[in-house]
Design a protein around this ligand. Structure first.
Ligand code: PLP
Length: 226
């Protein structure tokens, strides 16, 4: 078994125990394997080990790696989990099955336009800046409900859920709780929260998908496009 396959197995087991402990149905939490900075060979190891859902944080890097992988493994589902610029929306809609980082009106408008133009149907999440960190992407907590309504009513977007990245040096629990409560208020069913260090906590707070990178792939590499 490769190292990636071993670590993937460990993460899956921890995820199942967390589901069980929180009274969640087995398999109800989606594991998004975050493959940013890792090359196609490493990603293939995870796919061969049965992982089918992946996350990337940069459109450019994903475009260099994923078209070939998607051709070889048509069943993989690819999530965009990094900030989106308006000039990358066309590529993002063409490549990604799930876009988790809708966070401002300009992006909502561009994504809406590209979905119509390309006849695509990506699943969409709104990113929330639960820690109100100035350097971090995401809608402010108190503006989330209004923004979700704008996406749905003004831009005809079908928003499935909310996503957050808690501040690095804070207890994540209160942030996960905040996101879960907001999703409830917005009538949204999905919660993308939890990373390598805190995915068990996130599941206890109702995460429906967790984004796990280094616990599966090890330390991040410097990615070089070929
Ligand atoms: C890199 C990244 C992750 C995964 O982080 P790990 O700590 O390596 O598990 C999750 N979410 C986002 C948005 C990321 O950029």
């Amino acid at each position: 078994m490769t190292n990636v396959a071993k670590r993937l197995k460990t993460v899956r087991n921890d995820l199942f125990s967390a589901e069980q402990k929180s009274g969640r149905e087995r398999g109800s939490v989606t594991l998004v394997a975050v493959s940013k900075t890792h090359d196609q060979a490493t990603i293939s190891e995870a796919i061969e080990a049965g992982q089918s859902v992946f996350g990337e944080n940069r459109v450019q890097e994903a475009m260099a790696k994923w078209p070939a992988l998607k051709e070889k493994y048509p069943n993989v589902e690819l999530h965009l989990i990094g900030p989106l610029q308006s000039n990358k929306c066309a590529h993002a809609v063409a490549l990604f099955d799930v876009i988790e980082t809708i966070d401002r009106e300009k992006i909502a408008r561009e994504i809406s336009r590209e979905i119509a133009k390309q006849g695509a149907d990506p699943k969409l999440f709104v990113q929330v800046n639960t820690g109100a960190e100035p350097q971090k992407a995401g809608v402010a907590v108190e503006e989330t409900a209004e923004f979700v309504r704008l996406c749905e009513e003004e831009y005809d977007l079908n928003i499935s859920g909310l996503m957050c990245i808690p501040p690095f040096n804070e207890e994540p629990g209160p942030h996960f709780e905040c996101l879960a409560q907001l999703a409830g208020e917005c009538g949204l069913a999905e919660l993308s929260m939890g990373m390598s260090g805190d995915y068990v906590t996130a599941i206890e707070h109702g995460a429906t998908q967790v984004r796990v990178g280094s616990a599966i792939f090890g330390e991040r590499q410097v990615f070089k496009a070929e």
